[in-house]
Design a protein. Structure first.
Length: 78
């Protein structure tokens, strides 16, 4: 999407597997998220918040680090 006379505008462009254009809308992040939510039939509650995703990733990283530390301790003591 181009702005006249130059530059780029934000927006969302959704195409299905067959090549059919489902959405081509200009707008900022909140507006484009809503366009996609309407397409997929989801609601705001069905999409996890960024903080929730980060907490899950942090918990997984901590678990992996704990497993690595346990493995290293076994190797060191052998």
């Amino acid at each position: 999407m181009k702005k006249a006379p130059s530059g780029t505008t934000r927006g969302v462009f959704v195409v299905d597997k067959s090549g059919k254009v489902l959405a081509a809308e200009p707008g900022g992040p909140p507006a484009t998220v809503e366009v996609v939510r309407k397409l997929v039939g989801g609601s705001a509650e069905s999409v996890p918040a960024k903080g929730e995703v980060m907490q899950k990733e942090d918990a997984e990283a901590a678990k992996t680090a704990d497993e690595v530390a346990d493995s290293a301790a076994k190797v060191d003591s052998a």
